[in-house]
Design a protein around this ligand. Sequence first.
Ligand code: BES
Ligand code: MN
Ligand code: ZN
Length: 498
Amino acid sequence: MEIKLFSTSALQQETDALVLYLFENETTFDPLTSAIDQALNHGLQDLFTHGDFTGKSAQIALIYPRGSLSAKRVMFIGLGQRADLKLEGFRRAVASSVKKARELKLNRVAAILPFSETWSALDLSRAFAEGAHLGAYIYQGQKSETTEELPAILELFASDDQQSSIETGVKEGSIIASGTITTRNLVNLPPNICTPTYLSSVARNVADRAGLKITVLDKDQIEELHMGALLAVAQGSDTPPRFIILEHHAAQTELPTIVLIGKGVTFDTGGYNLKTGEGMIGMKADMAGGAAVIGAMQIIGMLNLPLRVVGLIPASDNMISSTAFRPQEVVTASNGKTIEIISTDAEGRLLLADALVYAKRYNPAAVVDIATLTGACIVALGSAAAGFFCTDDHLRDLLQAAGNATHERLWQLPLYPEYKKAIESDTADMKNTGGRNSGVGTSAVFLQQFIDYPAWAHIDMAGVMLDLADNPYIPAKGGSGYGARLLAEFVRLWGEKS
Ligand code: BES
Ligand code: MN
Ligand code: ZN
């Protein structure tokens, strides 16, 4: 779908549908809406008078103008109360209009932004492009018959004085959406296609598109780095691991550096601590953290954000074979710390451990890892928010601000010393699990053993990787794309506020 601007009169716009976004119970219309109402013989006024349409959020009404306008239909979308409107609400309203257009099989749609004092034309048009592209997204995977992506053309009204800010907003919003779609597509791919090597080939394409430097370490290079924790997970599989490094402004070491790390487990069987059949469904998405980092790096590169940003994705599947690692083995991570394996199903923290050690070489101002790490986090928070842990107040504030702005919310959980006690081992520096209680806290404190810098955050996104219902711009089934927008917005804020 392409978003174009138009500046001719909306009354004369030839289109399958003219879309207007209206606030709840506001019947004193702005001049353009008034002119449209007039052309409709006060059909819009009637909708309000009869109470058929009040502008409540998610409401949709259609009027057929019968020749009085050049548009075939006028579609009204409710935004709710003006005072309550957040950009998130607008993104959702735009997605609803695009989905309605698809349902009606419309090819061409023209929309008018709901200008208000609260939001600039830039903010609104950025949210418009995000809501439209993300709402239009469908994953057709390996289906032999595919459906057309409609509407094909989306036009947005821009008066001459707002032309340039709307153009910028649409461009930025489209970049943000396309990075998120990269993430969704990766999460949705089946594990026989999306192997560590495939993941690195997609990262290469992203690097080309977004002007990033890419380095992909193969198994020999991972061995040279003594990443014994990552290698323990990988050793049971014939599919080799990869360690993917994406860099934005790679050479500009004078810039503050943010390192983003994403768990790239391309399929998690649980290993010898085998998951149940039911528990394995969804585990193709166990690389959703890695996919979020690749999507975020795409956005960061394409927006050319003014920081050095490094994305690290340790990638492997977690399989069973005669060479697979077992419970009670002791493995040594790249910082020399030894880990007693209690469960082979606590594999994510193992590959993250080596990546957290690797991050140190960039002298990072902040390191953020994101991972589908624990079922315990899903039990705690469901899909309402990801859990997160943080060692630095400034980092925490910016991550939370980014979570609120993107509605990819984060809820902070504690790094209590009790959790460290729970992972004490009799035979090694630590165990890889801490027993039944606070599985999410013990996993975070495990990761903390591998950091050697002041500002670190860990995001557990197990509850939000898939199947998020009730948001019109997120598919109800499949990859949500969670994390790409969050991390990119966080980096943007860091550039502004640090
Ligand atoms: N990838 C899983 C966590 C997960 C579970 C993500 C369900 C999304 C949905 C992770 O590798 C795992 O298996 N964690 C174990 C840890 C346990 C063995 C300490 C878990 O949560 O059960
Ligand atoms: Mn696991
Ligand atoms: Zn896992």
